[in-house]
Design a protein around this ligand. Structure first.
Ligand SMILES: Cc1cc2nc3c(=O)[nH]c(=O)nc-3n(C[C@H](O)[C@H](O)[C@H](O)COP(=O)(O)OP(=O)(O)OC[C@H]3O[C@@H](n4cnc5c(N)ncnc54)[C@H](O)[C@@H]3O)c2cc1C
Length: 505
C-alpha cells in the first residue's frame, strides 16, 4: 500500500512539473510545422526582427499586430518646426550606440542603418562641453573630467564583484565605494551626464553590476562590446526607416495588422486568443508578446488567466525609466556652437543636458535646440501643462545666456512617454533588487504558448535597440525549434527567486 505522505509527494511532483511547464504537448498525426500560427504582438524592433527570423527559418505562418499605424515602436519620429522650417526629429531612439572595431562584433543596428542608407553622424559625446549655471557660462570642465574618470572607475570596480559572486548594490553605493560623493551642483550635473543621461534614472535607482555590464557589452570592445563610438541619426525619413525598410523586404500584406490595440490576451497550454479594443479576435497556436515592460506593469493589456506569480514578480521588479527630449525652435541661433552643453541647477536633474541641432552636419539654420530630462523629473513634467514646462525651460535658458535677449520659441514640443499607454516609459533600467532569476523569469515562456521578447528581456543590452534586436532573433529561433519538436516548455523559469543564504531573523 502506498503511504499518504508518498502520495502527497507524488502529487506535489506532478504539480511542480506542471508549474514549471515540464510536460510537452504531443504532435497529432496530421501535424505539420507550417500549420502552427504565431501572433507577434507589437511591431517594434523585437517584433519585426522576430518575424524576419521566423521567415528566414521558413516559418511564414505569423501575423504582426501593432497598435500604431506604422512599424518601429520606440523608433519614433515626427515633423517639428514652423511651416517654412520643418525637420524630422527623433522623439525616441536617436543613436546607434557602439559601432564596430576592426573585425570585432558589429552592432546589428549599425548593419541595418548601413544596409538601408540611414543617414547618421559620428558624435564624440565626451568631447569638450561648454558648462553653465544659473549665472551664465562658468567653467567647471575639471569637475566634468573627474566625473568621466569616476564613471570609468565605477564600471571597472563592478567586474570583480561579478567574478567573486558578491551581491549587487546600487550604483550610488558603488560611486561612494570608489570615493565619488558629488556634493555640489557642478559635480552633480557632471555625474548626471555620465550616468542618468544614459540609464534615465539616478545611481540610487540603478543596479551597479547590471549598469556596468550594459556599458561594457555595448561600448568596451575588450569586454565583448562593439565600440565606444556613437552615431546620431539625422535621416529625414526618420531613424525608423531602418526597421521599416527591413520589414518591406520580407513582410507580406496579410502578415501585418496595423491600428489594432490589443486589450486582452487569453492563453492556455493549447493556444492563444487576443482581442483588440474594437472587438476583433485572433487565435493562434503561439503568441510572442513584445510590449514594453511598462505596458506589462500597468495592466494596459489584460492576461487571461492572470500571469503566474513568478512572471508578475519579474515584471514588477524591473523598472521602466523615462527619458524626455524637449524640443524648441527659435528664429535664430543664440547659443553654444558645440553639440552639447551642461546646465548646473541647484536641483539635480533640472534641465541639465542641452543639445543644439543648428550646427554644420546636423540641421544648420534649423534654429532647433533640445534639452533632456529623465527619471522622476520626466514624470514630473509630464503631469504639467506644456505652457508651464516651456516657461521653466525658458527661465533656465535665459539664465544660461544673461547677456542675450532670448526670444520665445516659435515651436515647442515634448513627448509624454511615461503616460503613453503603448509604452509607459522610454526603456527599462535594471534596479539593484532585480536578480538574475527575475531576469530569466521575465524572458520565460508561460504555459508553453506565450512567449516574451523586447529590450527589457535582454540581459546584456537591456534598454538598447540592439537588445531588442538580439532578443527578437533569439526568441524566434527558440520558437522555431520548439515548433519543429512538436511543442516544448519554452524558455524556463524558476518558481521562486530566493536568497543564496536564509535571513537570520
Ligand atoms: C526617448 C528614447 C530614447 C532612446 N534612445 C535610444 C538610443 O539612442 N539608442 C538605443 O539603442 N536605444 C534607445 N532607446 C531604446 C529603444 O528605442 C528601445 O530599446 C527599442 O526601440 C525597444 O524595442 P522593442 O521592440 O523592445 O519595443 P517597442 O518599440 O516598444 O515595441 C513594442 C510595440 O508594441 C506596440 N504596442 C504596445 N501596446 C500595444 C497593444 N496593446 N496592442 C498592440 N500593440 C501594442 C507598441 O506600439 C510598439 O510598437 C530609446 C528609447 C526612447 C523612448
Amino acid at each position: 500500500m502506498v503511504s499518504t505522505s508518498l502520495l502527497r509527494f507524488l502529487a506535489l511532483l506532478v504539480l511542480s512539473s506542471l508549474a514549471s511547464g515540464r510536460s510537452t504537448p504531443r504532435k497529432s498525426d496530421d501535424w505539420t510545422e507550417k500549420d502552427q500560427k504565431i501572433l507577434i504582438l507589437g511591431g517594434g524592433v523585437a517584433g519585426v526582427i522576430a518575424a524576419r527570423t521566423l521567415h528566414d527559418h521558413g516559418h511564414d505562418n505569423f501575423v504582426i499586430i501593432e497598435a500604431r499605424g506604422e512599424l518601429g515602436g520606440r523608433m519614433m519620429s515626427r515633423t517639428f518646426g514652423t511651416a517654412e522650417n520643418k525637420y524630422t526629429i527623433e522623439l525616441g531612439a536617436n543613436w546607434v550606440q557602439g559601432t564596430q572595431v576592426g573585425n570585432g562584433p558589429k552592432n546589428p543596428i549599425l548593419a541595418l542603418a548601413e544596409k538601408h542608407k540611414v543617414k547618421t553622424i559620428f558624435v564624440r559625446i565626451m568631447s569638450t562641453v561648454p558648462t553653465y549655471d544659473h549665472t551664465g557660462f562658468i567653467d567647471y570642465l575639471d569637475v566634468f573630467n573627474s566625473a568621466v574618470d569616476n564613471y570609468t572607475s565605477l564600471t571597472v570596480a563592478a567586474g570583480p564583484r561579478v567574478i567573486k559572486r558578491q551581491v549587487d548594490t546600487t550604483s550610488r553605493t558603488g560611486y561612494s565605494l570608489i570615493g565619488s560623493k558629488p556634493k555640489n551642483r557642478y559635480a552633480q550635473v557632471s555625474e548626471y551626464y555620465q550616468f542618468d543621461w544614459e540609464y534615465a534614472q539616478t545611481p540610487e535607482q540603478t543596479s551597479w553590476i547590471a549598469s556596468s555590464w550594459a556599458e561594457n557589452f555595448t561600448f568596451v570592445p575588450d569586454a565583448g562590446g562593439f565600440s565606444e563610438d556613437n552615431l546620431f541619426a539625422i535621416d529625414q525619413r526618420g531613424f525608423k526607416a531602418l526597421i521599416q525598410d527591413e520589414a518591406k523586404e520580407f513582410l507580406k500584406p496579410d502578415q501585418l495588422v496595423l491600428n489594432q490595440t490589443i486589450k486582452d490576451i487569453a492563453y492556455s497550454a493549447s493556444g492563444v486568443k487576443v482581442t483588440t479594443t474594437d472587438g476583433t479576435e485572433m487565435s493562434a497556436d503561439y503568441a510572442l508578446c513584445t510590449f514594453s515592460v511598462g505596458v506589462l506593469q500597468n495592466d494596459d493589456v489584460v492576461f487571461n488567466p492572470p500571469l503566474p506569480d513568478w512572471k508578475q514578480e519579474a515584471i514588477q521588479s524591473m523598472t521602466m525609466a523615462t527619458y524626455t527630449k524637449i524640443f524648441l525652435q527659435f528664429p535664430r541661433n543664440f547659443w553654444f556652437h558645440t553639440q552639447f552643453a551642461l546646465y548646473a541647477d541647484s536641483e539635480r536633474g533640472r534641465y541639465p543636458v542641452w543639445q543644439g541641432l543648428d550646427i554644420e552636419g546636423f540641421f544648420p539654420e534649423s534654429g532647433i535646440l533640445f534639452v533632456t530630462v529623465t527619471g522622476d523629473y520626466s514624470e514630473r513634467i509630464e503631469a504639467l501643462p506644456d505652457s508651464q514646462v516651456q516657461s521653466e525651460v525658458m527661465g533656465v535658458l535665459r539664465s544660461m545666456f544673461p547677456n542675450v535677449t532670448v526670444p520665445d520659441p516659435e515651436a515647442f514640443y515634448f513627448p509624454r512617454w511615461f503616460t503613453n499607454p503603448l509604452y509607459r516609459g522610454s526603456y527599462s533600467n535594471w534596479p539593484a533588487s532585480f536578480y538574475s532569476d527575475h531576469h530569466e523569469n521575465l524572458r520565460a515562456t508561460v504555459d508553453q504558448r506565450l512567449w516574451f521578447a523586447g529590450e527589457a528581456t535582454s540581459m546584456k543590452w537591456f534598454g538598447f535597440l540592439h537588445g531588442a534586436y538580439y532578443e527578437g532573433v533569439d526568441v524566434a529561433k527558440a520558437m522555431v525549434k520548439c515548433i519543429q519538436a512538436g511543442g516544448c516548455v519554452g524558455l524556463a523559469h524558476v518558481n521562486e527567486v530566493t536568497n543564496g543564504r536564509p535571513y537570520k531573523i
